[in-house]
Ligand binder design. Structure first.
Ligand SMILES: *[C@@H]1O[C@H](CO)[C@@H](O)[C@H](O)[C@H]1NC(C)=O
Ligand SMILES: *[C@@H]1O[C@H](CO)[C@@H](O)[C@H](O)[C@H]1NC(C)=O
Ligand SMILES: *[C@@H]1O[C@H](CO)[C@@H](O)[C@H](O)[C@H]1NC(C)=O
Ligand SMILES: *[C@@H]1O[C@H](CO)[C@@H](O)[C@H](O)[C@H]1NC(C)=O
Ligand SMILES: *[C@@H]1O[C@H](CO)[C@@H](O)[C@H](O)[C@H]1NC(C)=O
Ligand SMILES: *[C@@H]1O[C@H](CO)[C@@H](O)[C@H](O)[C@H]1NC(C)=O
Length: 408
């Protein structure tokens, strides 16, 4: 009796000894599987989708593509958007943002709040101590708003600006080329015209509300970077657009399709300028504040990706995003490719053209059913047309926005 009990305890011991590592292995495998499965289930983070969002739309940084994502989400979920007042197309840019630039805020009664703010504005970060005076943006956005923005390598950002704003900015107008401009910037750049020349130096620094001509002093730069970090929960990087969308989706707790987009407002290869290696070094020095900004937030971006996703999860989510984009492109787009302005037959889908840039758009495939057609239209609608559309939905009693190049 005693012997057989001891015998069964021994068997039990040996069984456990063998089973435990197997169990641990199984748990390990399951854990891996869970990690791979959660994105498929779509619920990788706790809680409801975030719907109060402020996006600081910087210039020539793929921000129009982000705008399309936000507009679509707002329209599909019936969210309110802080749109430019009256016939305007932006929120007071290049002047510092004021709440009254938003349609509907000057109504009587309690201050009106909006879900989403994403049109061009110059952020009004008070340089004299945060909290001392409230941000103008906080007057129109709820206090649980998520703030985010996007930055691009200042070298490529400047190349893009030069073509796009060639005819608008006095600093660029007279320069024979961007390389020539950077070889002697002070010949062309007049600091006292800083609003008109905003695109010619430290444009992203300017968009944040800071002085683009400030001396690059360590304490000054660090203080401004800390302010941006304190205000913006997320700063995306245009060079890593798909990784950015994965991180954005995670933070916003949105569905995959919400962040899938086609590139909008892109230039045709024909009108892309490329700086010489020497010009690139000059661009870094000329836009040293933007360079510091970009380097800093490129670091914080990757630190966040590492902390929240890890390399394997990042790879699989980026792959899913790209696969879905290919699927939707095959479904929606004629030839699955962007088109230049002479090829776009539907005027409502023609993007605004600027400077010497040849801005591309899309034609939709023929014969789509109504629901697919509406979904595809939302994905390719250029930003001015989309803004005008949302404005009419939101303020049906006001005169519609007139887009000049569509009137002809
Ligand atoms: C959208 O919101 C407006 C005002 O917030 C409301 O009047 C309207 O009924 C909503 N529409 C839908 C389809 O939910
Ligand atoms: C945020 O706003 C809500 C409603 O407007 C208010 O009840 C709440 O106290 C505010 N929270 C903070 C931290 O200001
Ligand atoms: C710069 O612009 C200001 C204001 O228009 C003008 O008075 C000044 O002459 C300009 N400076 C140069 C060097 O062109
Ligand atoms: C941005 O960060 C990534 C990852 O650390 C790095 O590979 C890349 O060189 C950085 N870009 C620049 C322009 O510093
Ligand atoms: C548009 O693309 C077509 C086909 O690639 C080309 O023949 C035409 O020259 C382009 N037009 C412009 C204005 O770039
Ligand atoms: C699709 O839309 C067209 C035009 O708006 C309409 O005439 C047609 O009845 C719609 N078809 C279906 C199946 O809803």
């Amino acid at each position: 009796m005693l012997l057989s009990l001891r015998g069964s305890m021994q068997r039990c011991f040996w069984t456990l000894l063998i089973l435990t590592p197997l169990l641990l292995l199984l748990v390990g495998l399951l854990h891996v599987d869970m990690e791979m499965l959660t994105p498929l289930l779509g619920g990788q983070t706790e809680g409801l989708p975030i719907t109060n969002i402020m996006f600081l739309k910087t210039h020539k940084t793929a921000s129009s593509t982000v705008l399309n994502i936000l507009y679509r989400f707002a329209e599909m979920h019936n969210l309110s958007v802080a749109l430019p007042a009256g016939s305007r197309f932006h929120l007071g840019y290049p002047w510092l943002f004021l709440a009254r630039y938003v349609e509907g805020v000057e109504q009587d009664g309690p201050q009106r709040h909006f879900n989403i703010m994403c049109n061009h504005l110059r952020f009004n970060l008070p340089e004299v101590g945060l909290g001392a005076c409230p941000l103008q943006v906080q007057k129109v956005m709820p206090n649980d708003t998520l703030y985010f923005s996007i930055l691009r390598n200042p070298i490529f950002q400047l190349e893009s600006s030069f073509t796009y704003y060639r005819l608008n900015a006095p600093a660029f107008r007279d320069a024979p080329s961007l390389d020539a401009f950077l070889a002697a910037p002070h010949t062309y750049y007049n600091q006292s015209l800083s609003l008109k020349n905003a695109c010619a130096r430290n444009h992203m620094w300017f968009d944040l509300g800071f002085d683009p001509n400030a001396p690059v002093e360590e304490s000054y730069v660090r203080a401004r970077l800390a302010e941006v970090e304190q205000r913006f929960q997320l700063v995306l990087i245009a060079e890593h657009f798909d990784e950015s969308m994965v991180l954005l989706r995670r933070r916003l707790r949105w569905r995959l399709d919400d962040v899938v987009s086609f590139k909008v407002n892109s230039r045709s290869e024909r009108t892309v300028t490329r700086l010489t290696p020497e010009g690139q070094e000059r661009a870094k020095r000329w836009c040293a504040l933007d360079w510091r900004l970009y380097q800093h937030f490129n670091r914080t971006f990757w630190a966040a990706v590492r902390a929240e996703l890890g390399p394997r999860r990042l790879r699989s989510e980026v792959a899913r995003l790209r696969a879905r984009r290919r699927e939707l492109a095959a479904l929606c787009l004629q030839d699955g490719a962007p088109k230049n302005k002479t090829q776009i037959t539907d005027l409502r889908l023609q993007p605004f053209q600027s400077g010497q840039a040849d801005i591309l758009g899309y034609n939709l495939r023929q014969g789509l059913d109504n629901e697919t057609l509406r979904m595809c239209q939302r994905m390719v609608m250029p930003e001015l047309q989309y803004m005008a559309h949302l404005y009419t939905l939101q303020f049906p009693e006001k005169p519609a926005k007139i887009i000049p190049f569509l009137k002809a």
